[in-house]
Ligand binder design. Structure first.
Ligand code: TRP
Ligand code: SF4
Length: 325
C-alpha cells in the first residue's frame, strides 16, 4: 500500500474548515493508503513560542476531534511529531544540505513575514519551517502528501531537498513525494469572509448547540434583502452556501422560497441551525466520551508514535550510514 503523511499544527480548536477541508479527505484516504497523521507541534512552536501555554491542550483536543470525525487508530497511525525524535534529527541533517536561498525565496516565508505582525517570527527556526516539513515527509518515504494549495511551495521544496540528498550521496534514499491537492474547503466564515481564527468567524466542531444557534443567527445574508418582503438572492448569501454543504437536499427549495420572499432570514437560519446541530451532535457525543477518558487518547498517540518510530528509525539508519556516522 502506498504511504501518506500529513500534519496539522495544533494552534487552536478545530472548526468546520478543518472538517470539510482536511478531515473528510483524510477519512477517505484511510481506505486506500497506509496513513500517518501527525500533530505538528514543533511547527506550531515555531510561530507560537512566545505563548506556548495552550499548545498542550490543543494537541490533545485536536486529536480528539480527528477521532470524533472518523480518523481511525485501527487503520491509521495517529501521532505527535515531538514524540518521535527522528523528526528533529533528520531536520538537522537536511538543514545542512539545504541552500539558504531556497528558504529565503520560499513564497510562504515571505508572505508570513509580511502578514504575521503580532508575533516575532524573524527567527532562524522559522526560516527552516519547510525543512522540518520535508523531514516529516521524507522520514516515512511517503509517496503522497494531502495538502491544501497554500502548502504546495513546501512540497516543491521537499522534492528539491530529496533530489539534492539523493544526488549528493548517490543513492535513491528518498522518493519524491507527490502532493494530493485537497479541494480547499468551500465553506466560508459566518461573515462571508475566508475562515480565520483572527476574524472570529468560525464555527467550532466543539461549539454547543446554544453557541451554534447564536453564531448562525448572526450570519451575514444577502445585503440587498432588507425588509422581510424583499426577494432574496441566495447565490449571494452565505447561509444558502451552508445549506449546500449541510442539507443539499433542501438547497433548491430554500433557493425558491428565498427568491419569492416566502421565507424570512430568521426562519431560514433557524432551520439551518437545526441541520447543523444534527450534523455535529454525533461528532460531539464522541468528543465528550473521549474527553471523559483522556487516557485512551494517550494510548492512541503512544501506539501511533511507536509505529512511526519504527519506520523513522529505519530511515535514519540508512541516512547516517551514507553520512559516515
Ligand atoms: N505546514 C503544514 C500546515 O501548516 C503542517 C505540516 C507540518 C504538514 N508537517 C507536515 C503537512 C507534513 C503535510 C506534511 O498546514
Ligand atoms: Fe439567505 Fe435564507 Fe435570507 Fe435567503 S432567506 S437571504 S438564503 S438567509
Amino acid at each position: 500500500m502506498k504511504r501518506i503523511l500529513s500534519g496539522m499544527r495544533p494552534t487552536g480548536k478545530l472548526h468546520l474548515g478543518h472538517l470539510f477541508g482536511v478531515l473528510e479527505n483524510w477519512k477517505k484516504l484511510q481506505e486506500g493508503y497506509e496513513c500517518f497523521f501527525m500533530v505538528a507541534d514543533w511547527h506550531a512552536l515555531m510561530s507560537e513560542y512566545e505563548r506556548p501555554e495552550n499548545l498542550r491542550e490543543n494537541i490533545i483536543d485536536n486529536v480528539i476531534d480527528w477521532l470524533s470525525c472518523g480518523i481511525s487508530p485501527e487503520t491509521s497511525h495517529i501521532f505527535i511529531q515531538s514524540y518521535v525524535k527522528e523528526h528533529l534529527e533528520l531536520y538537522s541533517i537536511l538543514s545542512i544540505i539545504t541552500p539558504l536561498g531556497w528558504l529565503e525565496r520560499c513564497p510562504t516565508y515571505k508572505e508570513q513575514l509580511r502578514e504575521i505582525t503580532n508575533r516575532n517570527i524573524s527567527t532562524y527556526g522559522f526560516l527552516g519551517y519547510p525543512v522540518l516539513q520535508a523531514a516529516d515527509i521524507l522520514l516515512y518515504k511517503a509517496s503522497c502528501v494531502p495538502v491544501g494549495e497554500d502548502q504546495l511551495p513546501h512540497l516543491e521544496l521537499t522534492r528539491e531537498i530529496a533530489r539534492r540528498f539523493n544526488s549528493l550521496y548517490k543513492k535513491e534514499v528518498f522518493p519524491e513525494p507527490k502532493a494530493l491537492l485537497t479541494q480547499g474547503s468551500r465553506i466560508l466564515g459566518t461573515d462571508g469572509r475566508k475562515l480565520s481564527k483572527s476574524y472570529d468567524n468560525t464555527i467550532l466542531l466543539s461549539d454547543e448547540p446554544a453557541v451554534l444557534c447564536r453564531k448562525i443567527q448572526g450570519m451575514f445574508t444577502d445585503p440587498k434583502r432588507i425588509k422581510r418582503n424583499d426577494p432574496g438572492h441566495p447565490e449571494k448569501c452565505n447561509v444558502h452556501g451552508y445549506y449546500s454543504i449541510f442539507a443539499p437536499e433542501r438547497r433548491k427549495e430554500i433557493d425558491e422560497l428565498c427568491r419569492s420572499a416566502q421565507i424570512g432570514c430568521t426562519d431560514c437560519k433557524k432551520e439551518l441551525a437545526v441541520v447543523v446541530i444534527k450534523y455535529l451532535v454525533p461528532i460531539q457525543e464522541k468528543r465528550n466520551s473521549y474527553l471523559k477518558d483522556k487516557s485512551k487518547i494517550f494510548d492512541i498517540v503512544h501506539e501511533g508514535a511507536k509505529s512511526a518510530r519504527t519506520v523513522a528509525a529505519t530511515t535514519m539508519v540508512e541516512v547516517k550510514e551514507l553520512l559516515g556516522m
